[in-house]
Design a protein around this ligand. Structure first.
Ligand code: FAD
Length: 334
């Protein structure tokens, strides 16, 4: 199938929301999308779907989008893959964006394929880096071969160029310059799906014990130095109101669930405080946490590389140091 590449322009970012709350990855992608659109000289367009969510479309404009497309209808609440996928697909077919960025969340992964397959688009999933080359082609990079290599994928022959992107890898930044009338840049589009044509019905929504360390302000991470005992990590995280995280070494040992792994093949976090205990500081781990505001490292080895990447370092046994830190935090809270 040959595609008229020239007919496609603009960078689109899908603004994912649930109950009116925007998924942080969407604002991260909007900030990154702004950079890409500035490089390609195109518009940055936010796509917002939901019921009664015009304020979110305006928020997207205030955060840097040149325009926002708003599909506002009860059929989009709560989220279901078929109406989202069908509406998105129809808009892509009609408006022809060159680049489409979607958060690599459960929602984004669920419906991105419904847009990409009928459009014969190139879709790179779970990206951790995005760029454009000299010709304005999207360079979508992601770990491959189980994390042993990075692959950069570009899509010269088909449009749009689509990517789902891992939450936490880009900085959402702050809203850019104040926009006096953001509503003026919001276009309400025709809704092409109807409830009676929708195949699925949501009977009940059950929120399970889903761990998301990417939004945490405080992360306390343990590594192989924990030697199977994560209690000091859990107790300090609890005292600080933070989340427990781990290196791949600790996850591979089965001490901590994979959803808590930080690093190249795990999650990317950027908390205000990252405590790294019993962690050597391998590059693959640093990749997932080196944008943290303040890093505190605890390690018995004064030459451990983690100290070069820490703001504060404590040379000592984590099984002694962490309980002392926890006691100090608790004492302050009394
Ligand atoms: P180690 O390197 O064994 O370090 C343990 C540290 O604990 C040492 O510095 C030691 O001095 C210290 N220590 C020991 N006892 C104590 C104590 N009682 N108190 C205080 N300190 C103590 N790793 C990740 O973390 N995330 C990833 O996403 C990831 N992806 C990878 C992808 C690829 C392709 C590859 C090849 C590797 C990847 N790794 C990843 C693995 C990474 O290279 C390291 O092997 C791993 O991060 C090491 O984990 P660690 O620091 O817990 O263990």
């Amino acid at each position: 199938m040959s595609v008229d590449i020239e007919a496609y322009e603009d960078v689109w970012v899908f603004v994912e929301q649930h109950d009116g709350v925007v998924a942080p990855v969407s604002w991260e992608l909007l900030a990154k999308g702004r950079e890409l659109a500035d490089e390609t000289g195109e518009d940055l367009v936010a796509l917002v779907m939901g019921d009664g969510v015009s304020a979110l479309a305006e928020a997207a404009v205030s955060r840097g989008a040149d325009r926002a497309l708003l599909a506002d209808d009860p059929v989009f609440e709560p989220y279901r893959a078929d109406p989202y996928g069908e509406q998105f697909r129809a808009l892509v077919e009609e408006r022809k964006p060159s680049i489409v960025l979607i958060g690599g969340s459960h929602t984004g992964r669920d419906f991105a394929g419904r847009v990409a397959v009928p459009a014969h688009a190139g879709l790179t999933a779970d990206c951790t880096e995005l760029d454009v080359d000299d010709e304005g082609l999207l360079l979508a990079s992601r770990p491959t071969f189980g994390g042993d290599a990075m692959a950069t994928i570009k899509c010269p022959a088909h449009r749009p160029q689509m990517a789902t992107v891992r939450p936490g890898v880009f900085d959402a930044g702050d809203p850019t310059e104040p926009v006096t009338d953001p509503a003026a840049a919001v276009e309400e589009v025709d809704v092409v799906v109807a409830e009676e044509d929708t195949l699925s019905t949501v009977i009940e929504r059950v929120v399970g014990d889903v761990v998301d360390i990417t939004d945490a302000d405080v992360v306390v991470a343990g590594g192989a130095g924990c030697e199977g005992n994560f209690a000091p990590i859990e107790e300090l995280a609890d005292a600080l109101g933070g989340e427990v995280a781990a290196t791949r070494a600790a996850v591979d040992e089965g001490w901590v669930e994979p959803a808590r792994q930080v690093g190249q093949t795990g999650k990317t976090v950027r908390p205000q405080l990252y405590v790294a205990a019993g962690i050597s500081g391998a590059v693959q781990h640093l990749e997932g946490m080196n944008d943290s505001d303040v890093v505190v490292a605890v390690n018995t080895d004064p030459n451990a590389p983690i100290f070069e990447n820490a703001d504060y370092g404590i040379v000592g046994d984590l099984h002694e140091v962490l309980p002392e830190l926890t006691a100090l935090v608790r004492a302050k809270q009394e």
